[in-house]
Design a protein. Structure first.
Length: 319
């Protein structure tokens, strides 16, 4: 049964962006962007570290205008950070008085049911990528699109981890915290997974390559003992060394479109959709339709058209 709070906040057909839910004792502050057409897809977006002295809360990763014609979008401020102070990154993992991980799992399931969603995509980078991996894992047949994510809290910068543990789990060791929440996506995914992961990594981010990407790739392939048809890895360099800002929009937008439009969320279908989307921009200039000397469509255009046709055929019919 849909929680009345979900229906009352998401139900009204308004242009309001800010939507706040009081759900199971948690205040979940979001920004919601409704798809401009009928859609069965929802993108859930998570933020990474927030330097509170420079960026007031609530804070969000912005919804993507490029995707407004393809999917509903909801970006969420970490309830952990709204209820505790003294740290910059909470991984959407909660504290001793607020079970954020379990609450948000149920919240996303309710939103999915209310909107009639068939394809759920969890999107995040850095610490938000950790959250995307976590929530997608518990939503079978969803996809996580992650950019330079942390895959283990323990492997992250000690100062950031210690600040989180000290302020959110006072008096407990990290090992004790791990008995209450999921702290290691490598261990979680190493047992197999029913969701799909599109993992985008910058070749110039040594720390995340070494501490986070490599152990996760090893885990999802069972230490090299099994093929994984639910995992796609894309590693490239976009001109910026280090971690912050290393993966720009153009580094993942085509992959996100592939996750939305692919026939299935198996890696072969995602890669086919990605190849088509990467060859062509999302929009065709309107001036082309007015020209009489424009050549016919090329192979890349036809492949992208086939994929987008399949996407639109998947959408619910208007009543």
């Amino acid at each position: 049964m849909i929680d009345p709070e979900i229906a009352s906040v998401l139900g009204p057909k308004t242009k309001a962006v800010n939507r706040t839910f009081n759900f199971e004792g948690a205040e979940i502050i979001t920004q919601f962007m409704q798809c401009s057409t009928e859609s069965d897809t929802l993108i859930v977006r998570f933020h990474g570290a927030i330097q509170r002295e420079n960026r007031p809360l609530p804070a969000f990763q912005a919804n993507l205008k490029q995707m407004q014609g393809y999917a509903h979008q909801i970006t969420v401020c970490d309830p952990t950070m709204m209820t505790r102070e003294g740290f910059s990154l909470g991984w959407y993992s909660g504290h001793e008085a607020l079970d954020v991980q379990n609450i948000l799992r149920r919240f996303f399931a309710q939103v999915r049911e209310f909107l009639g969603i068939r394809r759920m995509i969890y999107l995040g980078s850095s610490g938000g990528g950790f959250a995307a991996l976590h929530y997608s894992y518990f939503d079978s047949d969803s996809a996580a699109v992650v950019m330079g994510p942390q895959t283990s809290m323990r492997a992250h910068i000690p100062a950031a981890l210690n600040a989180y543990v000290k302020n959110c789990w006072p008096g407990r060791s990290f090992e004790e915290v791990g008995q209450s929440i999921e702290t290691d996506m490598c261990a979680l995914y190493g047992n197999g997974h029913e969701n799909s992961v599109i993992f985008v990594q910058s070749s110039g981010d040594f720390l995340h390559n070494h501490r986070h990407m490599a152990p996760f790739v090893n885990a999802v392939h069972g230490g090299g003992t099994r093929e994984n048809k639910r995992f796609v890895l894309v590693s490239d360099f976009w001109g910026r060394q280090g971690h912050a800002g290393a993966i720009p929009h153009e580094g993942y937008i085509a992959l996100l479109l592939a996750a939305i439009s692919a026939r299935s969320l198996e890696s072969t279908d995602i890669l086919d959709a990605y190849a088509a989307a990467a060859e062509k921009p999302l929009a065709v200039p309107t001036s082309l339709s007015k020209r009489s000397d424009v050549a016919g469509p090329d192979g890349a255009s036809l492949r992208l058209a086939d994929i987008l046709r399949d996407y639109h055929l998947r959408q619910p019919m208007e009543s």
